[in-house]
Every structure is written in structure tokens, then in C-alpha cells.
Ligand binder design. Sequence first.
Ligand code: VG1
Ligand code: CO
Length: 545
Amino acid sequence: MIQTIATAPIAGMKPGTSGLRKKVTEFAAGHYLPNFVQSVFDAVRPQAGFGGLTLVVGGDGRYFNREAIQTVLRMAAANGFARVLVGQDGIFSTPAASAVIRQHGAFGDLILSASHNPGGPDGDFGIKFNGANGGPAAEKITDAIYTRTLTIDRFFTTDTADIDLGTLGTQEVERMQVEVVDPVADYLALMRKLFDFPALQRLFASGFRLAFDAMHAVTGPYAHAIFERELGAAPGTVRNGTPLPDFGGHHPDPNLVHAKELHDLMMSADAPDLGAASDGDGDRNLIIGRGLFIAPSDSLAMLAANAHLAPAYQGGIAGIARSMPTSGAADRVAQALGVPCFETPTGWKFFGNLLDAGKVTLCGEESAGTGSDHVREKDGVWAVLLWLNILAVRQQSVQAIAHEHWARFGRNYYTRHDHEDLDSAVANDLMQALATRVLGLAGGTLEGRAVAIADDFSYLDPVDGSVSKHQGLRLVFGDGSRIVYRLSGTGTSGATLRVYIERFEADPARHRLDTQAALADLITLADRLAGIRDRTGREVPSVVT
Ligand code: VG1
Ligand code: CO
């Protein structure tokens, strides 16, 4: 029976860069989850209601995933959806859910994930709404959801029993059809269309070795099915391939700190040809060649320069988009290809309009996100497949491709320093004081460097004309080097300050420098300008990537 349950607003439900993220303990308490789900439904409900519409539901398998899915299914039925497509065992990677929305003409999805944040009873949980294009809701929708959380006084649910998520096929909740589907099938079919699978099969048959670390997160089933079963990579290619509710106690964050084992393997004498990893919900990627880490900003540029070698992009790309803190390496490729390069705020939702309008084909972020117009999310396994396709055609090592790239386009040395779990008041004060300092530098000089741009980044969406302000403090010098500061929108405890540092080096003779050494003077300058040590008491960043 459909029930209307009285509830009351809960403070602090503002969705950040990619949905609402909080501790499991907070999500699981009282009406926290139903409040947010109902606020989403209230904010996005069409005039005619949800009758006849399909919702996609799934998550990254983390702790509380299954319980949350049962709640969402009951609420979707009570809110009048005609049908839900849910991944078997409650699993969908974020990009696969995006593919399923598009493939089935669904109304949207609810994805249950806190991405690369740790899981488990004391870990994080999250939920995000994507619309009919398969992409994260635009700011005006996330704002409407938040506004609704401030006044919500009831939610709808039913008293029906749990759905069996383990069995493929159709079941019912009230009058709503629930189809439990293979979470890999539609995604695999899409990948087959984009890439030259026979060429990849030949690559693996010839002895090519891949090490893919699924980090006990959602890409395990996808990687086993695609790399090992479909493409014939050796058993054992996929490491940590079983999704675990607590990700084996690790951060499922594919960076050099949390994927250290993979990094060490790739730096060893017995390194395979390609090392790759993905995050909790499968949208990020880490790429490491034998002895060489490829920074995500460089990976985007290298993929853009070579995308035409894969069937899906053989006609060329329409343009590239990168988030503002992402290095300018992709801009140089766009220029060489004669296509536009757009600079957007951090977060995948800003790429949606550009992709829908056909203005860009490839997108990327420095935070290990790369994707294309095949879905409306960044896509970890896709990025690995595109690298594999390029390697299969070029018959060169990752190292050789990278060095040729830098010789042709120059190299953007790049690093990001994160100061995590700062006291929020300290971090806000720091940013406020820094804003005054940075804006005051416009048109001037800093320690002998001419300042070309000093602003708080603001974005005018060329498609819908919307403006997004306060997207990061930006200091660009006359020679193109940059320092960018912003506060993270995805953390769940305290505040995280991110400092992004970049310098362009045209001289191929200097392309083998250590990144931190190449950027040392800018790193010192960035710390001094913001007073990071003095204000936070932190001697070194928590994470350097
Ligand atoms: C971070 C990254 C950003 C990314 C976002 C979501 O956001 O910097 O580039 O889009 O995470 O990625 P923030 O606000 O913490 O810097 V994911 O894999 O968590 O969906
Ligand atoms: Co993610």
C-alpha cells in the first residue's frame, strides 16, 4: 500500500560537485535518505507526473548500497514511475548507468556512490541524480533539489517487501515494473561499437600485458568481462576485481598514493605494458606506462591527439573541453587540430551542454576523469580501451607515445597539492584573504613575474547562457604558468584545499625533469602567497598528484 510519511527538513543537504555525499551514519539515520530522494523527485517531477517513465538505479556496491536501493525502489513506485532498471546485485558503474539511460530512453537515474571516498560502516555514502541525456543534473536542478530539502514535509513510499536484486528478470513493486538487468551488457555493447575489438584481441594474443586495478570497487565485473573474457587478456590481468562493501579497507581512488602497488609494479623491472586503475564508481582512470606515470591532463591531450585511430573517432573530433584547473596540454592539441577547446568549472556537469550541442567530442579533468560523447559521464574503462586501441594501432610503448607527444606539442608540467581535512573556518578564512590578495594582483607583478590573469574564475555556458561564479582563484603569469586554488566540493569531513600548479616547457631537452623539481619555485610561491603553512600548520600536503 502506498504511504505518505510525514518528515521534516534536514540541514546541509546541498549537493556538491557530484551529488550529495555524507557519512554512512548520517545517510542511514532517520529520514535522511528518503528526504533527499523525495526532494529529487519533487524537484524534477514533470507536469504529467512519472507515469510511463523509466528510472535507472544502481550503485558502486559500497556499504549501505543494497538497503538504499530498496528504499529508492519503494519510493519510485510510490511516486508513480512505470519502470525501474536496476543492475543485478544493485551494481552499476556511473558511466554504465549513463549508457543505460541513453540506450533505453530513460527519464534519468539515481546513482548511489561516493565515488573515490572510502566506504564501510564508518565510510562515506552518496547519491546523485542524472537526467535524460545521461549526465549529472545541471546547477539549476541541483539548486532546485536543495531548495526543496529546506521545506520538505512528507515523502511517499510503500510497505512492499524487498526486491530480489540477485535474480535477472522482472518483478513488481505496487504497479511499477522492476527489471533486474546485467549491469555490464549494454555498456559492453557500446564499447564494441566504439573500439576495434578484433585489433585489441590481436594485441593481447601477441603477448601484450595489462595490469588493471579495480580497487575492490565497481569496475571489477566490467574489467573481467571486457579485458579478460572479451579481449583475451591473461587471467590475473584484473586485480582486486571483486567489489567489496568497504573496498577492502582502502580508498578506491586511482592516484599514486592509493594505487601505490600498481605504481610500484609499473616502475619495476617486470612491469607490464600498461597499468591502469579506476575508482569506486568507475568514472576515473589512472594510466601508467612502463616506468612512466601519465598525468591525467597529459592523458587527455594524448588521447585527443590520437583519438582518430579508434573507429568511433576516425572522422576527427569536434572539440575538446577541460575543467579550468586541468593543464593546458589539451589546448595545444586542439590548436594543432584546428578545433575549439573550452574551459569549464570543475565537475562533469559542465560538459553536458557542450556534448549535447555537438561542440566537443572529448572532455577531461585533471582529477583523473576522461570521457567522450558516448555517454555523459567520465568513463574509466573507456579511457583504458582508447589507450589500448591507440597502442594497438601505433605499435609503440606508452613511453614512446608520451615522449613523441611532448616533442611535438611541448610539455605542461603539472601537479596538484591537496590539504585535506582542514578546519572549515581556517580554510574559509584562508580563501577569503587569498581572494583579496589574488584579485589585487591583476595587471601587476608578483616577485618579478608579470601577472596576466588574476581572478575568481567565472564561466558563461555558451549553450544556455548560464553563469557560474566563484569557481576557483586563478593566477596566470605572463609565461603561461599558473597557480589555481579552490576548495573541494566532494569531501565529507572538514575542508580540502586544492592547489594546482602548472608550467609550460617547450624545450624537448628538458622533458625528463622530475615534475616536483620542475615546479619547485611555483610550489613555494603558491604556499607563500596563500600562507598555507602559517594558517593551517601543515608542513606538507596530504596528497601530491
Ligand atoms: C573532485 C574533482 C573533480 C571531480 C569531482 C567528482 O571534486 O576535483 O574534478 O569532477 O571530484 O569526481 P572536488 O570538488 O573535490 O575537487 V568523482 O569520481 O568523485 O565523481
Ligand atoms: Co568517481
